[in-house]
Design a protein around this ligand. Structure first.
Ligand SMILES: [Zn+2]
Length: 492
């Protein structure tokens, strides 16, 4: 009982809430886990490495899905669904693919009372099952292109997991396309990378570097992998999405063949591409601060929270006004939460919704009504803005756009401050030992130099941005002529 009373009392003070989140400067990784748990985005489950995504976290995922799905459909893609299980023999057909994924595969060996004749894997990704189906569906050049996307869960047996960033089961979309020519497959690979960049920057306010992965970091079985890379608040990079040109590798392994315009039998050119619930982790670590989450308005489940100030007969005076404001905002498509719970004080609610990252708080009390105004509080800058009720909805819509833009600009500035171009390996190492971030350096293109850099500094080659292939110079590691300029960072 005493403990319960203490808990209730603690809930009444703002300070008690804030101290439940470890400051970023003290332990960024602890801060991240605290935010995920306290903001009720996700929780641990009895299944090792698997998380339960809570409604608030899932609402963000739904907004991400909605925004991407629209973009895929606008560019001619359609959704379909493929099985969760894949027979072992199919996985074995593409050599590099099986080598890449075998260590992470979960197996099904029994069904009911019987051992299975052929073991099944739980999909870690779906190229092999999709390829098998495409070999049945594609017969002629007239059947191409095939532009299919699937929203699904996949399983990769991970040793070290972290909610959203790396979990044994996760949600994602995976696109799988087949084309008549190599050039069309390459165009598709680039089109999707462009969609990812535009989406992540516009909706998640997360600036990214787009470029090509090195051979050692490319997708198992791909000819070329491209990625978008973001920089998190602790200076580590996050791969936020990948788009693969698979060449004819999977088409040959799975006999995806078609009769060409010249009547010859040809292998199709395929691509695959995906982003996952990892993006939510990216949002948390790009924008959050010591008070918790900061959500970009475009993917915030609630863009505005209305907190009525409970004084006097507020339920007769303030509450009806708050409800009217809510209805008007909702009419304009704004996602609004009216927090009229009796059991919590306004101060507690302020801290709670701040911690959960709601972009804009609207306070309204008896005095505000007398003055025909409300108080708006921005989560990103913490500014408090007394705002007339007259024209309020328009003001709020504009303010949400301003917040979205500000968060993006802030993240761009942060990345700029944390990106350095170096010409010597000593500089490279010093930067990686000090304040982390992106380091741009010339690289000869050899996997050996890349591996040595990784072993000695923990920095991985994130990607080679477009245009950087042509940069002259000498490799930061070995001094030989550079094949281009690459971006390195310690990464998630
Ligand atoms: Zn080198």
């Amino acid at each position: 009982m005493a403990e319960q009373a203490a808990k209730t009392k603690a809930k009444d003070t703002k300070e008690a809430l804030v101290t439940e989140i470890t400051p970023q400067s003290e332990d960024f990784s602890r801060w991240y886990l605290d935010v995920v748990r306290r903001a009720e985005l996700a929780d641990y489950t009895p299944v090792k490495g698997c998380m339960a995504i809570r409604p608030y976290g899932y609402a963000i995922w739904e907004l991400i899905q909605h925004g991407l799905d629209r973009r895929f459909k606008d560019t001619g893609h359609v959704n379909a669904y493929f099985p969760l299980f894949i027979p072992e023999s199919l996985l074995m057909r593409e050599k590099e693919h099986v080598e890449g994924f075998a260590p992470q595969v979960a197996w099904v060996t029994r069904g009911g009372d019987e051992d299975l004749e052929e073991r099944l894997i739980v999909r870690p990704t779906s190229e092999v099952i999709v390829g098998t189906m495409y070999s049945k569906w594609i017969k002629s050049w007239r059947d191409l292109p095939v532009l299919i996307n699937q929203w699904a869960n996949v399983v990769r047996w991970e040793k070290v997991t972290r909610p959203f960033l790396r979990t044994t089961e996760f949600l994602w979309q995976e696109g799988h396309t087949a084309h008549e020519t190599e050039a069309e497959a390459q165009d598709e690979t680039m089109r999707i990378l462009g969609i990812y960049k535009e989406f992540v920057e516009t909706e998640l306010a997360m600036p990214v570097i787009d470029g090509q992965k090195s051979d050692s970091e490319k997708f198992a079985g791909a000819s070329r992998t491209y990625s978008i890379e973001a920089l998190m608040g602790d200076g580590r990079a996050l791969q936020a999405g990948t788009s693969h040109n698979l060449g004819q590798n999977f088409a040959k392994a799975f006999e995806i063949q078609f009769q060409g315009r010249d009547k010859t039998l040809q292998h199709a050119w395929t691509t695959s591409w995906g982003v996952s619930t990892r993006l939510i982790g990216g949002v948390i670590m790009t924008h959050g601060d010591d008070s918790g989450l900061i959500l970009p308005p475009r993917i915030a489940p609630y863009q505005v929270v209305i907190v009525p100030i409970a004084r006097g007969n507020w339920q007769e005076t303030v509450l009806p006004r708050a409800r009217a404001i809510q209805a008007e905002l909702m009419g304009q498509g704004v996602r609004v939460m009216l927090d009229d719970r009796d059991a919590y004080t306004p101060g507690w609610k302020f801290a709670e919704w701040e911690m959960r990252g709601v972009p804009l708080r609207l306070e309204i009390g008896p005095k505000d009504i007398e003055k025909s105004q409300v108080l708006l509080a921005r989560r990103d800058t913490r500014e408090k803005l007394p705002t007339p009720m007259d024209g309020l909805t328009g003001q709020i819509v504009t303010l949400l756009e301003t917040i979205q833009k500000n968060l993006f600009e802030r993240a761009v500035q942060f990345r700029q401050d944390r990106t350095k171009r170096v010409s010597t390996y000593d500089e490279f190492k010093a930067l990686m030992e000090g304040r982390p971030g992106f380091v741009i350096a010339a690289w000869c293109g050899s996997a050996e130099c890349e591996a040595q850099i990784k072993a000695e500094t923990q920095a991985t080659l994130r990607n080679i941005p477009f245009g950087s292939e042509n940069v002259q110079g000498s490799c930061v590691k070995c001094g030989r002529a550079a094949a281009g300029e690459a971006w390195f960072a310690k990464a998630y």
